[in-house]
Design a binder for this molecule. Structure first.
Ligand SMILES: [Zn+2]
Length: 142
């Protein structure tokens, strides 16, 4: 087992389905300048294999975007070496920002101030979201 020391102040994303760790890193943390550890294919009793991400910083995670990618993730917030809060991701009913409308003619692609809100209209199997500007249904799979 690979040893990575625990973090003093920061967040730990746990129970990421194996393979989703890199996607989450690219979507949420590729711009960060703080130390980030991405552990892939860690043995897990529940999932068989899982990925874990540790970030040594107080980072405001976009829980909606996280839930869109993988609804099983647990976010642990650690302060002075102590777990102070646990957040659970879930499929967001609405999401604003972070994703783009799949209709190429949607105003949100040309107007920087038009940030659409997407509303979940169907959740079994694929996630289908309706754009607040053009009402086009966009299907999200990462
Ligand atoms: Zn749209």
């Amino acid at each position: 087992m690979l040893e990575v020391k625990g973090i003093e102040n920061g967040i730990v994303l746990d129970h990421i389905s194996a393979g989703n760790g890199l996607k989450i890193f690219n979507e949420l943390f590729s711009e960060t300048e703080c130390p980030v550890v991405l552990l892939m294919n860690v043995k897990s009793k529940v999932l068989g294999r899982k990925d874990i991400i540790k970030i040594e910083d107080t980072f405001d995670v976009n829980m909606d975007l996280l839930g869109l990618i993988d609804k099983n993730i647990t976010v642990n917030i650690i302060k002075d070496g102590v777990l102070i809060e646990k957040k659970f991701a879930s499929v967001p009913a609405t999401i604003k920002g972070g994703i783009k409308c799949q209709n190429p003619r949607c105003i949100s692609h040309t107007d920087d101030y038009a940030v659409p809100t997407f509303t979940l209209v169907k959740a079994n199997g694929k996630l289908e979201y309706e754009c607040s500007y053009c009402e086009e249904i966009s299907i999200y799979r990462f």
